[in-house]
Design a protein around this ligand. Sequence first.
Ligand SMILES: Cc1cc2nc3c(=O)[nH]c(=O)nc-3n(C[C@H](O)[C@H](O)[C@H](O)COP(=O)(O)OP(=O)(O)OC[C@H]3O[C@@H](n4cnc5c(N)ncnc54)[C@H](O)[C@@H]3O)c2cc1C
Length: 491
Amino acid sequence: MIQHLSSQIEWDVCIIGGGATGLGAAVDASTRGLKTVLFEQHDFAKGTSSRSTKLVHGGVRYLQQGNIKLVMEALKERGLLLHNAPHLVKNQKFVVPHYKWWEGPFYGIGLKIYDWMAGELGLGPSQFLSKEQTLELAPTLDPRGLKGSIVYHDGQFDDARLAITIAQTAAQHQGVVLNYFPVTGLLKTKNKIAGVQVKDVFTGKTYEVKSKAVINATGIFTDAVMQMDDAHHKKLIAHSQGIHLVVDKEFLPGDTAIMIPKTDDGRVLFAVPWHNKIVLGTTDTPVSKPSLEPVPQAEEINFILSHIGRYLTKDPQLSDVRSMFAGLRPLVKGKTKKTAALSRDHLITIAGSGLITIMGGKWTTYRKMAEDVIDIAVEKNNLSKNPCVTKELKLSGHDQQPYPPTSTATTDIKKAIADEMCMTAEDFLSRRTRHLLLNARTAIEAAPLVAKTIAAEMNKDDNWINEQINDFTKLAKNYIPSPNLKHQPLN
Ligand SMILES: Cc1cc2nc3c(=O)[nH]c(=O)nc-3n(C[C@H](O)[C@H](O)[C@H](O)COP(=O)(O)OP(=O)(O)OC[C@H]3O[C@@H](n4cnc5c(N)ncnc54)[C@H](O)[C@@H]3O)c2cc1C
């Protein structure tokens, strides 16, 4: 990949950011035959894209808000993703329990509309269930006051694994995708964007990379890149944190997830089986600064434990939390006059310099976002006009089984290094496998073996191994609730 970087004089499309949005754009551009390069400052999906609730969904919540267009688009994308990446996306059954008489018909009708909107791409019809049928599917649901439930279907996926798969797909189509390559500045000719300056984190070597189109797909870091373009740029992005707690399967045995459409303070709460654990979430907490390692706050942990406890027969305690992870939503706070296309929930802007920025959206709609932004890049830069082909494009590995989510087999570590650009112990334990998110304590125990195996493959010394183990252990401690924390049940 790095050799390709030096051999290409000018690229058609250069993408900054290797999350869902940037990687999707890289696949879209490379499969249209455009010369495409992508730079990610850390590892692929290190940002928000490895920290989602793992749902491929139309968004029942958006339906409640009456955002029909957005839901229709997301449901269509859900169907396409299930078709194109069946190794990473599956049909997930949810129960929506109801405790008041009106909730059954209210949510039931809404979910019937949701089914209808999915049309041929639907994952199964929603159904009304009695109390007994509900408890058969979700035996640990609190039976007190339970009237029944509605069952509906949505998609569930492995976000970081999908990101790696998308990166591989781009590479299979001659796209160059580089992790650990931050963009440190923008190149300009007569005030027009002409490329980027990048730095190889591991060697310190810097490169000037020329490109006809430059796309800023940096999520919560959008403003920082816009400021590289225009020092007077006014910030557009606000950050909102969402956390998840991961507990053992005993809290929700079986394959059915629970969706609570409205908690006391109006949030949606999920308990979803994932890789043989249960993911509980999420929250919505404003935070002032973007961070690649946001940390769950005590109030957020307390909120999730207290609320989910109301719906389960056994209340999860702090000591039951095997791991916890936080992600930041980039929320677009201001409107800009330079808006080129205001498309559903994502926004694409073009600066005076020609820098294209794509913001917002969600994992589920990454393909459509990519199509929209590459259409604009083609149009604005007179690139060759081959049509988008990703609707039908099967993603890399679609016919293979991914390796186990907590694997520490040395063959899998070697495979991740050889085929998936895994460079550090954290890359393997957090995003090539999902060990850190599933059980932070056992992930810490696995770190020495992972670091040693990578060192042997990549010719690193003992200092490197020790550094890797220390860095990973320090990071992973933020995925375990502090022993000083006290769970304070809400009334
Ligand atoms: C709590 C939570 C739950 C969610 N759950 C769901 C869900 O269940 N389903 C769903 O569809 N969506 C969900 N989402 C939304 C979804 O996760 C995001 O929309 C998506 O991951 C955003 O991807 P992105 O590529 O835009 O941003 P990111 O994933 O943050 O990627 C941006 C990348 O840019 C890189 N970068 C920044 N600056 C530079 C630079 N100078 N040089 C190079 N690289 C740089 C960063 O390192 C980062 O990796 C959720 C979001 C949150 C916060």
